[in-house]
Design a protein around this ligand. Structure first.
Ligand SMILES: Cc1cc2nc3c(=O)[nH]c(=O)nc-3n(C[C@H](O)[C@H](O)[C@H](O)COP(=O)(O)OP(=O)(O)OC[C@H]3O[C@@H](n4cnc5c(N)ncnc54)[C@H](O)[C@@H]3O)c2cc1C
Length: 294
């Protein structure tokens, strides 16, 4: 199918893009990698009358360590994150999860800002951002604001961003020493959106055998990434051992409320969420212990 007619605008600066968005309000949509927006246009799921192409804005690209976080600017491609030594060293959960995003050509075009703004409930980036308790920076002509991942993702394809706001950067906070992470997911074929994905973060106490803090973030089991708070609090203070991970699988299955669809039933998603939670927590704890031995 062909998209409906739209006007196309190429701004030369972020300020210019913001001015155009402010004037057009809900009529306009920013165009990033186009990996989600173009199919949605072609299927007539969205009908903006104006596309504001961000691809020439160099100031929106780049990855840096700043203020205890990895800051990824919005137009940074998935592939750049995947290949970044800074990300590999300081945010291994992000490095591990990003390899699951689509196929190589999609990761070469798709952007971090686009993924976050699109807010697909089965997308990896939002799940990682929630697991790491990250922040999204939004800019408009009215100013800028930092929104926590928890507040940013509202529901299916719905975020806290207003139509005149651009996602300009995404911040992934660094984790304390003695922490391990793991990302696991199940998809029908590699490159498909996840049926269920789990990000686990395990921080060990000083004895390296007790769980000081654990986080579990799930995708594909709700309209937005889901933090399994009950599972997390039940793990605190427990031994970093197989029985704790098994118990977490049972708790997470009780805690989540996935919906069934043409891809998988609710029961299947619930079952897989338990299996992946158990495995991801065990792997994250193992990595935390390995890190401590080094
Ligand atoms: C076959 C296929 C498989 C895929 N599989 C996966 C997968 O497994 N996991 C996954 O996570 N994704 C997957 N994707 C989607 C891919 O990751 C996209 O790149 C991503 O969802 C959107 O990024 P984009 O840069 O292409 O954004 P675009 O498609 O350009 O934009 C998406 C939306 O975000 C808005 N937007 C973009 N940038 C900004 C900004 N800076 N500020 C405000 N709004 C903005 C746009 O207006 C639009 O509404 C897949 C895509 C395809 C085609």
């Amino acid at each position: 199918m062909k998209p409906p007619r739209f006007r196309y605008y190429v701004p030369h600066s972020v300020e210019e893009a913001l001015a155009v968005l402010a004037e057009a309000a809900e009529e306009a949509k920013p165009l990033a990698g186009g990996q989600s927006l173009i199919p949605m246009l072609n299927m007539r799921l969205v009908r903006p009358s104006l596309l504001v192409d961000l691809n020439g804005l160099q100031e929106l690209s780049g990855i840096e360590l700043s203020d205890g976080a990895i800051v990824v600017r919005a137009m940074t491609r998935h592939r750049a994150v995947e290949q970044s030594p800074v990300v590999a060293e300081h945010a291994p959960l992000l490095a591990e999860a990003i390899r699951w995003v689509g196929h190589l050509p999609i990761r070469t075009r798709g952007t971090i800002g686009g993924s976050v703004a699109h807010a697909d409930p089965a997308a990896e980036l939002p799940g990682v951002l929630v697991a790491l308790e990250g922040m999204v920076q939004l800019r408009s002509q009215r100013g800028h604001r930092l929104v926590s991942a928890e507040d940013f993702f509202i529901d299916l394809l719905t975020t806290a961003a207003e139509p005149d706001e651009l996602v300009t950067e995404v911040r992934f906070p660094l984790l304390p020493a003695g922490t391990g992470t793991a990302w696991l997911e199940v998809a029908r074929r590699h490159g498909d959106y996840a049926l269920v994905g789990v990000g686990a973060v395990v921080s060990l106490a000083e004895d390296f055998t007790t769980i000081a803090e654990a986080r579990v973030s799930l995708i594909g089991v709700g309209g937005r990434p889901v933090r399994a708070r009950l599972t997390e609090s039940a793990l605190r203070g427990q031994p970093a051992a197989a029985e704790s991970w098994r118990a977490a699988a049972a708790t997470v299955r009780r805690e989540i409320d996935p919906a069934g669809d043409i891809h998988a039933s609710a029961e299947y998603r619930r079952y897989v969420a338990g299996v992946l939670t158990e495995r991801a927590l065990a792997l994250a704890a193992e990595r935390a212990q390995e890190g401590a031995r080094r």
